[in-house]
Design a protein around this ligand. Sequence first.
Ligand SMILES: [Zn+2]
Length: 390
Amino acid sequence: MFYIANEDDIRNGRVTDVYFERASQILTARGLTKHVAMEIRTKVLPANWEWAVFSGLEEIMELLKGRPVDVRAVPEGTIFSPYDPVMEIQGNYADFGAYETEILGLMCQASGIATRSARVKLAAGFKPVFSFGARRMHPAIAPMIERSAYIGGCDGVSVGLDAEKIGIKPSGTMPHALILLVGDTVRAAVYFDEVIDRSVPRLILIDTFNDEKFEAICVAEALRDRLYGVRLDTPGSRRGNMVQIVKETKWELGLRGHGDVKVMVSGGLDEDKVGELQKFVDLFGIGTYISNSPVVDFAMDIVEIEHKPSAKRGKESGRKTLLRCKGCGGRTVLAYPGDITVCAACGGTLEDIMRPVMTQGQVIADLPSASRIRDTVLNEIKEYSVKEKR
Ligand SMILES: [Zn+2]
């Protein structure tokens, strides 16, 4: 058997902490069917992040569909910071309280991955970044991982099924195994060129047997203008100065009339290494760093009981909303409904970005495609990078 929960297990709330089930059992037995508003936010982000990318809403809508709850949320792809509310669920506690484990699980990991992906895209100076890290994670959640990576800004994902669910074509080069089995890099490149559909870019791995520079030249001369790029996945034990290896490879290719051949680097990259290589590399393949992103520690708390403010110690009671300035992008948290319309920082117009997305189990908001969400994220982080440079 595979140790996974199937879709029915998730929909029926079977993947939940037992104490929620017991709480519901007690409340039902004692007739305490109280109406609550519960708020989701995080007090702190991992790895000193100042902001994160909200992801996971579409799956939460799938989970709550048909249940007697009302939900307000920020759209997927929204940039948020600690203490910003991202979602509010209202209804009788007994009707949805036991889903807390699943609701949080659907957003904490997805948001972490989308954030790492956005950070890598920023570090790459918006050059193409591909998610190659599915192999480090349980295959059952690979589609969620790669959707989140794509939403955060990755340009492509490597697993066929994952790409299909996003609505894009999978991206990949060639494994070392192919080159080892063929026995020669140039011959493997020629076979790839002969066998694989013309629509797939010829991106050849050049670190299997010999020096990157010499393999790159041989491959470029064999494939000529059909060669799209070369990929350096140089092992850590041979890596030395990667910037220099890339510069030298490009120099030698350029000298021989192959200056338009792209250079992709992959293998153990993180956002710092991507930042160092950014000026010299055309494409990046990122594995574990994105797929194994730290999670965002969202918590779900009661803020109102029977329409009266009520919250535990350490938590502001009452329903809240999140406003975003159309001018400076700054965010303000206000008691719901937020009645301030002018940004204190720049005088710009504030808009409420925590909007109704579900009424009594019916999805009432537009749930945009992954590529539309990705466009939003890229626009927002571009603004962010401009601000950083000021
Ligand atoms: Zn403003």
